[in-house]
Design a binder for this molecule. Structure first.
Ligand code: ACO
Ligand code: ZN
Length: 443
């Protein structure tokens, strides 16, 4: 399944299943020629045409309706424009953001897809010129990372704008990885020599990336890895987890970050891989262990983060691997005797997956438990941080505030209803198959 078929989440949180409907000639043809039309109509469309030509090329910041892959028109904002090769002076393509959708659906569109009658004349403050010279410092990147909020909408406005300007146009459109060709979702800061390539070829084992298929083929003849570097700490059936120390396998760690950033919006981690461990989930067969997804974890976290970034590669999404990775991160925390929480901000899909995981784990306990139970006890049993338990139960309206205290009110019927709504449980982690000791710095 490619990302084209991935249901998208609109900003109001509802999910829509968009099929890759071929946006064949829609009913509206704003630029259709008026040949054969009555005289006055011809006159009118001549005037309209003039007006339209006058607004071309559209300015960055213009808001207009754009025909999407579902064949319908949706509001967009023009983020960038570029000249069409061998086109006329006004022949541009436009990079647009669909204001109702997540940034992963931003794309280059042709003029024919835009309904020029819907152009809003007020153009946003021109930021283009400032942007071209904008380079983010490490400090600025940190500032974005350290804004601990759920969802992008709560990032402080200035950081968000800066981030979006810096990463506004996707650089790499597709990657080849193992047997998949995958459409990318976001900008990733590959070294400059890769920025003129639309497609990159990854070795699925060492994650080195190349600009040409022949380079990859040559590499595959020499590359002797058949699984991620590092220790296999879990195996159950065909599923394996490898722990990779970013300090011992720096290049692998960096390659993984470049790759992951193509699917993660608000995350920046490219240089400090030394400070992280990477837990790489693989499906294994006789050709080797093929990466499905991963999560990273700081070796020492002052904020009790037990997970920094999590990713399931698009061809493997919606099969329960995300919840497996989340469950795995909490199993590690249990072994460390600590509670943990994911680093913020969470993406839309990250929040959905965590909410689903927390709901299922907590309600399973509440269902079986007899008598009173406190949030602290739930936290001790699950390694889920108390705040996350509280927000989850609050969102399910299972918490009441009585006599200055939060009290869990769990009616079995209500629990069943919520459990049903929380979806499938995902793939189980079989703790008996986990062979692992917490990280210790070796001198
Ligand atoms: N549309 C609607 N709901 C979704 C979608 C989607 N496209 N994807 C996941 N969900 C929800 C569903 O509730 C799903 O449960 P269900 O299938 O039982 O209904 C649940 O999330 C998790 O599904 P899984 O199959 O277990 O998760 P998956 O393997 O798809 O991975 C993940 C989830 C890791 C968030 C994946 O979507 C991903 O890699 N996204 C891109 C990177 C990202 O956003 N990562 C999180 C950033 S936050 C952080 O790193 C701390
Ligand atoms: Zn390799």
């Amino acid at each position: 399944m490619g990302s084209m078929d991935t249901p998208t989440i609109t900003e109001n949180g509802t999910t829509q299943s968009h099929t890759a409907a071929a946006a064949a000639d829609g009913e509206q043809k704003p630029l259709a020629s008026s040949n054969g039309a009555p005289a006055e109509m011809t006159l009118e469309s001549e005037a309209t045409k003039k007006r339209r030509v006058g607004m071309l090329p559209l300015e960055v910041g213009t808001r207009v309706m754009c025909r999407w892959r579902d064949g319908k028109y949706h509001p967009v904002k023009v983020i960038e424009r570029r000249k069409v090769h061998y086109g006329g002076p006004n022949d541009y393509e436009y990079y647009v953001h669909y204001t109702e959708f997540n940034r992963r659906l931003d794309e280059w569109v042709k003029l024919e897809q835009l309904d020029l009658d819907s152009v809003e004349t007020v153009v946003d403050e021109k930021v283009e010129d400032k942007v071209t010279s904008l380079k983010m410092t490490r400090h600025q990147k940190r500032k974005i990372d350290e804004t601990h909020v759920e969802g992008h909408e709560e990032l402080d406005a200035a950081s968000l704008r800066e981030h979006e300007e810096f990463t506004k146009v996707k650089n790499i459109a597709t990657i080849e990885l193992g047997r998949y060709e995958i459409e990318t979702w976001y900008f990733s800061p590959f070294p400059p020599e890769y920025n003129d390539s639309l497609k990159l070829y990854f070795c699925e084992f060492c994650l080195n990336f190349m600009k040409r298929k022949e380079q990859l083929q040559r590499h595959m003849r020499k590359c002797d890895l058949k699984h991620p570097p590092g220790d296999e700490i879990y195996r159950s059936g065909t599923l394996s987890m490898f722990e990779v120390d970013g300090k011992k396998n720096k290049v692998y760690g960096q390659n993984l970050c470049y790759l992951a950033k193509l699917f993660l919006d608000h995350k920046t981690l490219y240089y400090d891989v030394d400070l992280f461990l990477f837990y790489v989930l693989c499906e294994c067969d006789d050709r080797g262990c093929h990466m499905v997804g991963y999560f990273s974890k700081e070796k020492h976290s002052e904020e009790s983060y037990n997970l920094a970034c999590i990713l399931t590669l698009p061809p493997y999404q919606r099969k329960g691997y995300g919840k497996f990775l989340i469950a795995f991160s909490y199993e590690l925390s249990k072994k460390e005797g600590k509670v943990g929480t994911p680093e913020r901000p969470l993406s839309d899909l990250g929040l959905l997956s965590y909410r689903g995981y927390w709901t299922r784990v907590l309600l399973d306990i509440l269902k079986k438990h007899k008598g009173n139970i406190s949030i602290k006890e739930l936290s001790d049993m699950t390694a889920i941080k108390a705040e996350d338990i509280l927000t989850t139960l609050q969102s399910l309206e299972l918490i009441q505030y009585r006599k200055g205290q939060h009290v869990i009110c769990a009616d079995p019927k209500v629990l069943d209803r919520h459990l049903k709504a929380a979806g499938r449980g995902g793939l189980e982690v079989d703790v008996s198959k986990l062979i692992w000791t917490p990280y210790k710095e070796q001198n």
